[in-house]
Design a protein around this ligand. Structure first.
Ligand code: BG6
Ligand code: MG
Length: 211
């Protein structure tokens, strides 16, 4: 088997929390009268909260102070967490659950590599808080994707080299991060056709055909 470990992005790969990010940013942008739509939202995939805010504010008609920006990021995160609180194990699809268990049964080491500081909360909501051997997330990195740090830390947690791991991503920034770190990547969702990825997944369960 080529890979010994798999590092999964969280939002938009394991669960559909990418939609909640969109809704929470949309509410903020609308309150501030800043144009924002799903296409612009795709630019936020994989990048940190503050960097996402900066991308949204590029379309603003006025400049904001650092204090205002911090308050906006907090406002977005509070709205986002209200949506996360409504999540339960039912928000993990059977397809994702069954695929994860099948990969583990094949002996693969599984980790999370996400830019989100809400990762532990989300994993708890969907019942996966004890499932992964390593959780590398927004709380333990200084550079967000497309920097490879989050994946390099995840590989370290699994005690594997980058070339022994496959990264699964839905963000172009994440595919770029995987390449920069020396990882193969399976791209899905918004990033599915990214030519820097070695694999292009129509569905999450297609992973079973690679491994
Ligand atoms: C990534 C998302 O997983 O986490 C980004 O794709 C998000 O859209 C980033 O900005 C940071 O998330 P959080 O939960 O720390 O605001
Ligand atoms: Mg994602």
């Amino acid at each position: 088997m080529k890979y010994k470990g798999i590092i999964f992005d969280l939002d938009g790969v394991i669960c559909s929390t990418d939609e909640y990010h969109y809704l929470a940013w949309q509410a903020l942008a609308s309150r501030l009268d800043i144009p924002f739509d799903r296409e612009r939202n795709n630019l936020l995939r994989g990048v940190s909260r503050m960097e996402s805010l900066e991308i949204i504010l590029e379309k603003a008609e006025r400049a904001y102070t650092q204090d205002e920006k911090l308050a906006f990021a907090q406002e977005k995160n509070e709205r986002y967490r209200e949506l996360l609180k409504q999540m339960s194990e039912k928000d993990l699809t059977d397809e994702v659950r069954n695929t994860l268990h099948a990969l583990k049964a094949k002996g693969l080491q599984l980790a999370i590599g996400s830019s989100s500081k809400n990762t532990p909360f989300i994993l708890e909501r969907i019942g996966l808080d004890k499932f992964f051997m390593g959780v590398s997330d927004g709380n333990c990195i200084t550079h967000s994707k497309p920097h490879p740090e989050v994946f390099l830390k995840a590989a370290d947690m699994l005690k594997l080299k980058p070339e022994e791991c496959l990264v699964v991503e839905d963000a172009h920034a994440g595919v770029e991060a995987a390449a920069a770190g020396g990882f193969d990547c399976a791209a899905m969702g918004d990033a599915r056709d990214d030519q820097r990825a070695q694999w292009h997944l129509k569905r999450f369960s297609d992973l079973l055909g690679i491994i």
